[in-house]
Design a protein around this ligand. Structure first.
Ligand code: ACO
Length: 437
């Protein structure tokens, strides 16, 4: 058992032997205190067990703070709602990477560095043709982003601060280009090169939706909505994909390989794949009349069906990103004149019913950011399979910032969790002719 005996130590006592050990307690700027268990094994001879890391901090970080009970998300101390209202995605990228809001000159230099790295090596185009056209865009992204390591050898030295920075800029700059190429490839349309006269979100929409046959003007409402989606997904402290990036980086892998590992982790429906799963679920429900049937299935423990886009590991009150996107969602639907689209009607009705339903209220299951982003992206015309790719575009800056922070630590130590072994004890090898048939 553990008892907090002094302000800065915890005492761990073995109830059987009476032995006890004092463990230091670390204090963050915000959030609960943390028991430092690094010396636990060498002192007490025991490990801790926490398979889904629900009670384990894996690192110290200065980048993002979340208070799940209060629905608070802050980057470098700035509230996400304020950033979404006042800032823009590129400025948030600067903030996440460098820790402070930029001066005018710093912002101009950063904007220039990102804008002038948006093109990808021409050979990358050939790389795409190795994929089937019907490949899932996330499958292509895993391969293509990892393959950047094969193209940008001059920024792979992870011990060189300048090279780390160039890789960070390259990733933030090129990921929208690669994502748009992925979409074009799966649609069978020609790739669209980036345009330096457009803003980050505007350029991305242009690369995704324009075709050589006609002029494409990006709607300011849609560019603004895309910019907000990017801001709201930019970082989220030590979630599954970010932790994957950190673990990969802890082995001294190069940044392109690390970000590719983040993309693979994001792909799953319990994480970034949820926005795609939301739309697939709405299609499966099919009509407002069938909502009660699916709500009952979501509550049934014998049925694997879950209401996608509802619930969150950390937010147990509401998701502050969802609150911002809900408003944005209405604006986008109005701009596009698709308020009466059947799937969106199902989404609205589902949201209303679930928010009043005892099962969801008691478990504090609220619509998360993916619920609304899925609806907006669908209305904008993105294929459902692209939704998680868009999440990866936005989250790249978070992954890169967390990787950069880890690399700047004085001693980089490889991440290596322990385990509770529950398999067979030692036994003798049995030759084939002596085994049971
Ligand atoms: N539908 C129905 N029931 C749910 C849902 C859901 N979406 N989410 C949680 N529950 C229930 C669980 O069955 C459990 O019920 P119980 O207490 O009766 O056993 C209770 O709520 C707590 O759920 P946990 O699984 O313990 O919650 P956890 O924190 O582990 O999971 C998660 C969070 C994975 C996000 C989960 O809510 C979920 O699967 N949601 C749907 C997928 C989704 O939208 N993911 C996106 C997350 S946000 C993001 O990645 C940006």
């Amino acid at each position: 058992m553990t008892d907090k005996t002094a302000e800065d130590t915890f005492t761990l006592t073995n109830d059987q032997t009476g032995d006890s050990w004092k463990l230091p307690v670390a204090k963050g700027t915000l959030g609960p205190d943390v028991i430092d268990i690094r010396k636990l094994y060498s002192q007490a001879g025991v490990f801790t067990l926490d398979p889904a890391f629900t009670a384990t901090g894996s690192c110290k970080s200065r980048i993002t703070f979340i208070d799940g009970d209060e629905g608070v998300l802050m980057h470098r101390g700035y509230d996400i709602k304020e950033l979404a209202a006042e800032s823009n995605y590129l400025e948030v990228c600067y903030l996440l990477l460098y820790g402070e809001l930029p001066s005018k000159a710093e912002m101009e230099e950063f904007r220039h560095n990102i804008t002038y790295h948006t093109m990808v090596h021409e050979q990358v185009h050939k790389f795409f043709t190795g994929f089937r056209r019907d490949a899932h865009p996330m499958a292509i992204m895993c391969g293509i982003v990892g393959a950047l390591s094969a193209f940008y050898h001059d920024s792979l030295d992870i011990w060189d601060e300048k090279q780390r920075e160039i890789s960070a800029h390259r990733l933030i700059a090129k990921i929208p280009t690669l994502a748009a190429m992925t979409m074009k490839y799966s649609l069978g349309q020609p790739f669209v090169y980036p345009r330096n006269d457009l803003g980050y979100a505007e350029n991305f929409l242009h690369m995704c939706f324009s075709v050589p046959a006609e002029e494409y003007k990006v709607s300011p409402v849609l560019a603004d909505a895309m910019d907000k989606i990017l801001i709201l997904h930019a970082d989220h402290e030590q979630n599954a994909s970010t932790s994957t990036v950190r673990i990969a980086g802890s082995s001294q892998a190069n940044p392109f390989a690390c970000i590719a590992s983040g993309i693979t982790s994001l792909w799953g429906p319990a994480h970034g794949g949820a926005n795609q799963a939301v739309l697939e679920m709405l299609e499966q429900i099919g009509s407002k009349e069938r909502i009660p049937e699916f709500l009952e299935r979501a509550k049934d423990k014998d049925d694997p069906f879950r209401l996608m886009g509802f619930g969150h590991r950390v937010y147990k009150n509401y998701d502050p990103r969802a609150a911002v996107l809900k408003k944005n969602c209405d604006e986008v639907l109005e701009e596009l004149g698709v308020e009466n689209e059947p799937l969106l009607e199902i989404a609205r009705e589902l949201e209303k019913i679930a928010l009043e339903d005892d099962y969801f209220v008691q478990r504090k299951l609220f619509p998360n950011v993916d619920f609304y982003s899925g609806i907006i992206l669908k209305a904008m015309g993105f294929p459902t399979s692209m939704f998680t790719v868009l999440f990866a575009v936005a989250r790249t800056v978070g992954w890169v910032s967390q990787w950069k922070e880890m690399m700047e630590e004085t001693a980089l130590k490889i991440g290596r969790p322990r385990q509770l072994y529950v398999g067979e004890g030692p036994r003798d090898y049995v030759p084939m002719d002596k085994r049971k048939s």
